[in-house]
Design a protein around this ligand. Structure first.
Ligand code: PMP
Length: 392
């Protein structure tokens, strides 16, 4: 067997195309130094509701420890369905998944073949490019333009072709904080109809929409609703990202296919946790949580603007997407900047390179997660301005 340690195993071209977590070195350093992590989307706010934790204990104690229905516990599906606009049919239009992460892979694997093309906005959530690579399809990126991260309708139209099988959207968006308007969704609908493509929309941050905006779901837009697959999650809205509860919403015909693929990928997520959330009735007050999140956005915006970054306020979601060039004068790229900030203040941000199809475009941007406790953000402020006062 000695030779087997030196020979690299054969891997599929799909696996070889995956780049792995671009943050691992920074995360390791941050952990060693006890840094405050504003990098990952792990919710530090809101707290999970006490009653779902109690309900999870109870579900396990009362014997719900075996497989659930592969499409998801029906009571949970009913609860999720009631939170959606317009409400979904829990029997035929919803499938509970292992987070939005599985939902995204299932949506792509159900829709595209190797060689097909998927249109997506750039910059975007890093996982999108990875999931497309795993599906064997080819990404067609549409650039979003700073400072407000909108697409040019002509560039959007140019990305479509007879090979386009899907459009992959995210609203509110990671990392840009954009919420797609009805008008933008209308432009996408026109192209999706013309090229007969499926529209997959990740709406995991649906509860966090700011400044009096209303989130328009793809299910509310004529021309998109009937060709859409919505990817949703309980990770962020209910702060239970470790429970791995997400869902897919689509019409009954698409749902049949999604469920077949989902049965192969995971056969379902943790039964007692599904039952717990179903029983506790998703009791979180989401409008109040949305308003509180807006205050966290303002707090983070205040800190990092005062520091010298240029930031277009996030319209929704949990992230600020900040231009560091006024602060660095181009002296440092975002990776070097993140290292320096970590060294000087013990605060970790994300260099934005991996969010872009061409990582160089991210050299002047960082992503800042603000779904954190207010006191933690205040500590960030103390660390940054304390360090500056000390001349670091
Ligand atoms: N979609 C987006 C846009 C995200 O930012 C995240 C978390 N970072 C996810 C999906 C993952 O969600 P889940 O925990 O439900 O897998």
């Amino acid at each position: 067997m000695a030779h087997s340690t030196t020979r690299r195993p054969h891997v599929s071209s799909r696996a070889a195309a995956l780049r792995g977590n671009s943050l691992s070195d920074l995360l390791l350093l941050a952990r060693e130094r006890g840094a405050i992590d504003l990098a990952l989307g792990i919710p530090g706010y809101p707290e999970p509701a006490g009653d779902i934790i109690e309900a999870a204990h109870e579900a396990m104690r009362s014997g719900h420890n075996q497989y659930a229905h592969p499409s998801g516990d029906l009571l949970l599906r009913e609860r999720i369905a009631a939170t959606l606009r317009p409400p979904a049919d829990p029997e035929t239009e919803l499938t509970v998944t292992v987070g939005a992460t599985e939902a995204l892979c299932v949506a792509l694997l159900s829709t595209v073949d190797p060689g097909d093309e998927v249109v997506l906005l750039d910059p975007g959530y890093e996982q999108f490019s990875a999931a497309i690579a795993l599906s064997g399809a080819t990404p067609r990126y549409v650039p979003l333009h700073a400072p407000d991260w909108r697409f040019d309708p002509a560039e959007l139209a140019a990305a479509f072709s007879p090979r386009t099988r899907a459009v992959l959207l995210n609203s509110p968006a990671n990392p840009t904080g954009r919420v797609l308007t009805r008008q933008e969704l209308g432009q996408i609908a026109e192209l999706a109809e013309r090229w007969d493509t499926t529209v997959i929309c990740d709406e995991v941050y649906s509860s966090y929409v700011f400044d009096g905006r209303d989130l328009t779901s793809v299910t509310e837009v004529p021309g998109l609703a009937e060709r859409s697959i919505v990817v949703g999650s309980l990770s962020k809205n209910y702060a239970i990202s470790g429970w791995r509860l997400g869902f897919l919403r689509a019409d009954p015909a698409r749902t049949e296919t999604l469920r077949r693929v989902h049965e192969v990928t995971t056969l379902g997520t943790a039964a007692p946790l599904q039952i717990a959330v179903g029983l506790a009735a998703l009791s979180a007050d989401l409008p109040a949580a949305g308003q509180e999140m807006e205050r966290r956005r303002d707090q983070a915006l205040g800190i990092f603007t005062r520091m010298g970054m240029k930031i277009t306020p996030a319209e929704g979601g949990c992230f600020l997407f900040a231009d560091i060039s006024p602060l660095t004068g181009g002296r440092l790229d975002s990776r070097a900047f993140a290292h320096e900030l970590l060294d000087d203040t013990g605060v970790l941000l994300v260099p934005a390179g991996p969010c872009f199809a061409e990582p160089e475009r991210g050299a002047q941007y960082v992503r800042i997660a603000f779904n954190r406790q207010a006191e933690l953000l205040s500590e960030v402020e103390r660390r940054i301005f304390g360090a500056r006062a000390a001349g670091k």
